[in-house]
Design a protein around this ligand. Structure first.
Ligand SMILES: [Zn+2]
Length: 340
């Protein structure tokens, strides 16, 4: 990034150190909360607590996905095989996704951020992208909140399932490189387990659910949260990081309260400016890195970094961005009219 002054190497090396025991604790905590929430819902809680349980479960599923993101960067464990096994089998497969496919997408996203080679940018912001209007946010607060509410209520489930199936193949992460050869190239570069392995995993899951008569519980406490709360959290996370930031050309860090962190921004995923500047920094050290960047004045406005406080601030920020965009468009029209 132009005019950006990098941190000293010694300081960075310390921030990049992987703490495997912290990673284990983070994964275990998310799984434990999921287990407790499901057990509580089945054994003790009245049926009307189900929406609250669903919110907790979806938020922890996002926690697991954020940790899968760390594994895709190779930053969960120092041992690469264990890192990849955990990312793929423990964190990705239970949610019917692949860390290896995600890694192919995510490396291109980091390398070509906010350009036509960035798969996320292409997927959501090109003129032919589905739902483009929901990602540009030149809109009112109600219009900003509506797509999030629709996610939470489970609208668009069929298209979500289709998207998950499509994105299992690395080539479909980038619509411009979707020849079958792209899968092979991605496998060689980013790794992949044999296709048979994932089917053995799914078969074992199906047998376990059948033997334990747990299909309904699986649907209610795993599939439904993934198609509602997790879907909303994913949209919010993507929007917060890159979209509606200076017309789609910047990055945003969203600082949040402990409650917001638990529900919406687990494992420091809100520190998105810091993550993009230094993707090798270990996720638990991102707040330290953030303090360093603030102290250096990196958020003083000379760089395309935006700092937003809280998720209410984020919604307001999107609307302000929208107002700024509308104002700019009006200025352009006024200038054009005055020149006629
Ligand atoms: Zn990343």
């Amino acid at each position: 990034m132009r005019h950006y002054r990098r941190l000293p190497w010694e300081q960075l090396r310390d921030l990049c150190r992987i703490d495997g025991s912290h990673s284990t604790l983070a994964i275990s905590a998310d799984i434990l909360i999921i287990g407790c929430a499901i057990a509580g819902a089945i054994l003790w809680l009245p049926w009307w607590c189900y929406p609250a349980v669903l919110v907790v479960l979806g938020s922890r599923q996002q926690g697991l996905i954020v940790l899968m993101h760390e594994a895709a960067h190779g930053k969960l464990f120092r041992n690469r095989r264990w890192n990849d096994f955990t990312g793929e089998v423990i964190l990705a497969w239970p949610l019917f996704i692949s860390m290896f496919s995600y890694r192919a997408n995510h490396c291109a996203h980091h390398r070509h951020m906010n350009t036509e080679l960035d798969p996320d940018w292409v997927r959501y912001l090109t003129p032919e992208a589905d739902e483009r209007q929901n990602w540009t946010y030149s809109r009112t607060q109600a219009q900003v909140l509506w797509p999030l509410l629709k996610d939470l209520l489970g609208f668009g489930t069929l298209s979500q399932i289709k998207r998950v199936i499509r994105l299992a193949k690395p080539r479909n992460h980038d619509p411009r490189r979707n020849s079958p050869e792209a899968d092979r190239a991605a496998e060689l570069r980013f790794g992949r387990y044999p296709a048979a392995a994932v089917w053995v995993f799914r078969l074992a899951l199906a047998i376990t659910l059948t033997v334990t008569h747990a299909w309904l519980a699986f649907l209610l406490y795993w599939v439904v949260p993934a198609l509602t709360m997790l879907k909303m959290c994913t949209r919010l996370r993507l929007l917060a990081g890159h979209f509606a930031v200076f017309g789609g050309e910047g990055i945003r860090t969203t600082l949040s309260s402990p409650f917001e962190k638990f529900l919406l921004a687990p494992h420091n995923i809100g520190y998105h400016v810091e993550h993009h500047l230094y993707p090798a920094v270990y996720f638990s050290r991102l707040p330290e890195l953030h303090s360093e960047l603030v102290a250096r004045g990196d958020y003083d406005g000379s760089l395309p970094f935006r700092l937003t406080h809280g998720y209410r601030g984020l919604i307001a920020d999107w609307s302000r961005t929208a107002e700024a965009q509308r104002a700019t468009q009006q200025d352009v029209r006024k200038m054009a009219n005055s020149q006629v």
